[in-house]
Design a protein around this ligand. Structure first.
Ligand code: CP3
Length: 336
């Protein structure tokens, strides 16, 4: 929490996106007991358990609520399923169905997730930051339009160009739902929240401003109306030159960076706002010197300003646990 407030004098904090997941045998075991992936997300006892697994094993400085960005469409009454090896499968929405999407049952449906947040804040030591999260409206909408993951989110890009008014209605509904959800997470005990815009990189400047910047700015503003000092991390993955100005326009307190941006540019951004990132998760899979070199580049270039050490995207199931240990040891050994 110190770093998000701009302090960079203490030890370097570290956590990993997707730190609870299939690279951990204890996660796979709990996942089996839970039944489906969504059953796990809506089971406070088991969701607390898997959230704490990487904290217990590695001693990360932050715990991220175990859930998924697609619980929002699920709570809006859209059928969402996760099939083994296939990723998410959703009932699609279109011009006819978008106006009927109804948030009447939203927070009621998400009560178990909010209970997970409450229990986590009770169980975690004070020094461990508890992060809540949601997906950014654009990224969530890409799954709602296509009904599944795609290589470049072509279906949502086409839809947003062909039917901008209809797409605007969908985005507006997601802004309202996401704002209410983040406010509820913060009131339930989350210390900060992260907005994942994993697909922000596929849009041109005009579309990026309309579908990524504006909706996130609205969410930040809605959350701050209710909770004036709310701490919010923006993670618009892969947006390159668009990172410049993103924090100022949206009002987020910290910027999550992926690994594709030059260190010099990352330093420029860091002179304006605390940053989080940005190790290539492939270096974590590779291990050895490839991993050490990637860590050292971050330590050498980005530790004169506020930094939370993280990956530039989620850890994948292929990652050996020994490599995570190697990363933590190296980051923990760092002295300013
Ligand atoms: O970071 C954490 O440990 C917290 C939990 C978390 C999950 N998903 C658990 C999960 C978070 C923060 C997310 C965010 C999420 N979900 C994003 C944004 C971040 C990113 O990775 O880009 C997106 C795009 C999703 C949607 C989603 N959920 C996809 C595309 C998939 C399938 C791909 C995959 O990794 O299987 C999921 C499933 C999912 N979400 C799993 C986990 C642990 C794996 C499902 C399983 O255990 O069977």
């Amino acid at each position: 929490m110190n770093v998000i407030n701009g302090d960079h004098t203490g030890p370097l904090p570290v956590w990993m996106m997707r730190q609870a997941g299939r690279y951990l045998p204890e996660y796979k075991e709990t996942r089996k007991i839970a039944g489906s992936f969504l059953d796990l997300c809506y089971n406070p006892e088991l969701a607390v358990k898997v959230t704490l697994q990487p904290i217990d094993r590695f001693g990360f400085d932050a715990a991220i609520l175990f859930s998924d960005i697609l619980v929002i469409p699920d709570a809006l009454g859209i059928d969402v399923r996760f099939e083994e090896g296939r990723g998410p499968l959703l009932e699609t929405v279109d011009q006819n169905s978008i106006p009927d999407i109804n948030d009447g049952n939203l927070l009621n449906h998400l009560t178990p997730v909010l209970e997970t947040v409450e229990r986590l804040r009770e169980e975690l030591p004070d020094k461990t930051t508890l992060l809540g999260f949601c997906g950014a409206p654009w990224t969530v909408a890409t799954y709602m339009i296509a009904g599944h993951g795609t290589p470049d989110q072509g279906p949502a890009r086409q839809f947003s160009l062909n039917h901008p008014d209809s797409f605007q209605i969908l985005i507006d509904k997601l802004v309202i739902a996401s704002s209410a959800y983040l406010i509820a997470q913060l009131k339930s005990g989350a210390d900060a929240v992260q907005i994942f815009d994993s697909w922000a990189s596929v849009l041109d400047e005009n579309q990026f401003e309309r579908w990524c910047v504006k909706p996130v700015q609205q969410i930040v503003s809605n959350v701050r109306t209710e909770i004036p000092n709310a701490k919010i991390i923006g993670f618009p993955k892969g947006i390159g030159a668009f990172y410049k100005g993103y924090a100022e326009k949206t009002g987020v307190n910290m910027l999550g960076l992926d690994w594709t941006i030059p260190m010099k540019f990352a330093q420029e951004l860091q002179s304006e706002i605390p940053i989080q990132g940005n190790l290539d998760p492939n270096r974590l899979i590779a291990g050895g010197n490839a991993l050490d070199d990637g860590i050292d580049a971050i330590l050498e270039n980005l530790t004169d300003g506020p930094l939370v050490f993280n990956l530039g995207h989620g850890i994948t199931p292929l990652t050996p646990i020994a490599h995570v240990e190697q990363m933590i040891q190296r980051v923990r050994a760092f002295r300013r």
